[in-house]
Design a protein around this ligand. Structure first.
Ligand code: UFG
Length: 341
């Protein structure tokens, strides 16, 4: 199968491109390199031994998207291309709506015109907001989004559902709700490349351990959790990448009872606190992470971890990597960046 991967040079996209190729399919990358770098494609090439096709351009541009679809024979789509900085989306909402909604609509229109059968959308646990209880099943209510970024994920899910149902079964689709992706490919050749100061915990931890940042600030230790810090479900990015292959193969299977649209959580089912994550990093790498405790960050949910049972049962996918392994892999990637930059 030829799989179009929008945002294929990004963090999750690049790892998914590798897993697509390893499972015998052909990845085709689309990326505008706004928040990613060509070096990610170099890393993919080193891992695979060949360079996948790359179309450089903006998925919100219907003419560009149409040109890609007319040059390639596309069987399935994984749509990652999106802006993803939660804080920035609050300050500048319109680029988030324009980009995240515009690209989804343009890619779906082309998919329908060209008869593409399978579509996987990159959604997020953010659609649950502050959950009533944990672990969170897919049946938990989607709360009113608290950020424009979160709202684009909710709206994106709805657009996909409506489009899939209206296609009379021609387009089958799934929204994957990611929890917190961390880690890097075992080769150390691809990983997360935050541009500027990282917003997310693990790149901040590794940059601080590497001496690029003076100290990490823990955003609050007075939450109602055992050690007072927030709890998340950290999933290794390679496990997450593999979940996309499993989902595509399910969408391509001949099961007539499949719904046109479905949602799946992609998480480990384990909750880890910020404090525990830092301790795991220090234990596994032997490197200290200077840190201090600061005020709470606006908008943070207290506890958020997945019930991954639906994905485990229905698609027979299960997270395999430990948080310890993810810390080792993140550190290997950070050290490679450090030595090569
Ligand atoms: N944290 C710190 N210090 C930092 C960075 C983060 O203490 O310097 C804490 C946060 O307060 C939070 C935890 O680490 O408690 C995880 O924060 P991240 O920013 O790494 O991740 P979030 O859970 O806030 O957000 C992630 C993705 C979003 C997605 C969300 C879904 O970045 O895109 O998960 O739950 F929407």
């Amino acid at each position: 199968m030829n799989i179009l991967v929008t945002g294929g040079a990004g963090y999750i996209g690049s790892h998914t491109v590798v897993e697509i190729a390893k499972s015998g399919h052909t990845p085709i990358i689309v990326d505008d390199f706004r928040n990613s770098r060509e070096s990610a494609v170099d890393g993919i090439e080193s891992i695979l031994g060949y360079r996948p096709t790359v179309h450089a351009g903006d998925c919100t541009d219907p003419t560009f998207v149409e040109s890609v679809f007319s040059q390639e024979s596309i069987d399935g789509i994984i749509h990652f291309a999106a802006l993803k900085s939660v804080g920035e989306s609050v300050e500048r909402p319109l680029p988030y709506y324009q980009n995240n909604i515009g690209s989804l609509v343009a890619v779906l229109e082309a998919a329908l015109r060209h008869g593409t059968k399978a579509f996987v959308f990159s959604s997020s646990a953010t659609v649950y907001g502050e959950p009533d209880s944990n672990p969170i099943p897919e049946t938990a209510p989607r709360k009113q989004a608290t950020t424009p970024y979160g709202n684009t994920k909710q709206i994106g899910e709805d657009i996909l559902r409506d489009t899939a149902y209206a296609s009379n079964g021609l387009l089958r689709s799934v929204s994957l709700r990611y929890f917190n992706p961390i880690g890097a490919h075992e080769s150390g050749l691809i990983g997360e490349l935050p541009i500027g100061v990282p917003n997310n915990l693990v790149p901040y931890v590794t940059q601080t351990a590497a001496g690029l940042r003076e100290r990490l600030t823990i955003f609050g230790n007075d939450y109602p959790t055992p050690d007072g810090t927030c709890i998340r479900d950290y999933i290794h990015v390679v496990d997450l990448a593999k979940a996309h292959i499993t989902t595509l193969e399910y969408l391509f299977s001949e099961d007539v009872n499949k719904p046109a649209y479905d949602v799946y959580n992609v998480g480990t089912g384990n909750g880890t606190s910020v404090q525990e994550l830092i301790e795991t990093f220090e234990r596994e790498t032997g490197v200290k992470v200077p840190h201090t405790v600061g005020p709470r960050r606006a908008g943070d949910v207290v506890v958020c971890y997945a019930d991954p049972g639906k994905m485990n049962r229905e698609l027979e996918w299960k997270a395999e990597f430990t948080t310890s392994q993810a810390m080792i892999d993140s550190w290997r990637w950070q050290r490679n960046l450090w030595f090569t930059s």
